[in-house]
Design a protein around this ligand. Sequence first.
Ligand SMILES: *Cc1c(COP(=O)(O)O)cnc(C)c1O
Length: 377
Amino acid sequence: MRSDVVPARATVDLAAVRANVAVLVEAAAPAAVLAVVKADGYGHGMLPCAEAALAGGASWLGVATLDEALALRAAGINAPTLAWLLTPGEPLADAITADVDLSISTGWALEEVQVGAREAGRPARIHLKIDTGLSRGGATAAAWPDLVEAAAKAQADGTVHVVGVWSHFVFADAPEHPVTSTQTAAFSDALDAVLRAGLRPELSHLANSAATLTRPDTHFDLVRPGLAVYGLSPVPTTRSAAELGLTPAMTLSARVALVKRVPAGRGVSYGHRYTTMAETTLALVPLGYGDGVPRAASNTVDVLLAGHRRRIAGTVCMDQFVLDVGDDPVCAGDEVLLFGPGSHGEPTAQDWADQLDTISYEIVTRLGRRLPIVYRP
Ligand SMILES: *Cc1c(COP(=O)(O)O)cnc(C)c1O
């Protein structure tokens, strides 16, 4: 279908992705940039965004799962890539053959990676992860000496190459929090232990988007921005995307499917959670929670149609929702902007997040699978 007649779509501006990454590259220098493209590029499409990020100056890619890393390789994207979420029994030999770097937090993973390396006939490239306080991935400080020692042995026997040491912040959106400094100090201690064990990893890395843009003291050799790649502010309470030099890459839009006049007092959508105040025009928008518009947006979130922001009227359904447009001359086929960079007066994903008591990450990442993504080069 021609993109201008697709009923509903996400449009992703790849020039914005490239420009956002260029901003991150400048902020990070002399540290290098790993662009995080997990979860289908935060909903923006992993492959086009990975290519745009590399074109914008990123030298590494980061993903959560092995599947994501292997999909990059299958598409011919061969930039250094780190995958950081392993569970037992995954095809590590395939990852090693595909030159995917693996994060190791614990003994079983190191053992599996050594088995995989023997199968692949080459050493696995690994990044040892220290838990500096998030209590999510990573080895605790107590477990760190054993993991480091085991990794040094594995490197000596040729099954692994310890490429990196890394960790992740607790206050992803508040890098000025004192815990950020505590974590940075714990990270430096963990790094010292690695050096004392005789390992010489080329890379240490800790910073996410927020720390990349606001905490140069946490940059080490490589930074790992995700959200900012897509142009959303990682510190929305203190600085907007525009203030950070970022441009939101995604616009969610649809074309009105139906308009009709109804009298005052008419209940609208499931459960009649909205009632018309006067005779009015209702406009039907062909997007619902099946496409990633949260049901919690019912009667809560504003969208742009015919030059005005209008609140969603009543319940968001699986495939559609309704707007009350009053007496405005709205026609079937008119464009509704749900969120975007804000350049046409539309709300941003951050506005949606504020209205829905969540974070912009969730708004863009949760788009439904049936929704087409149209790329602007
Ligand atoms: C998702 C993720 C990132 C990117 O975080 P942003 O806040 O989106 O910049 C970095 N590192 C790890 C380990 C992650 O899981």
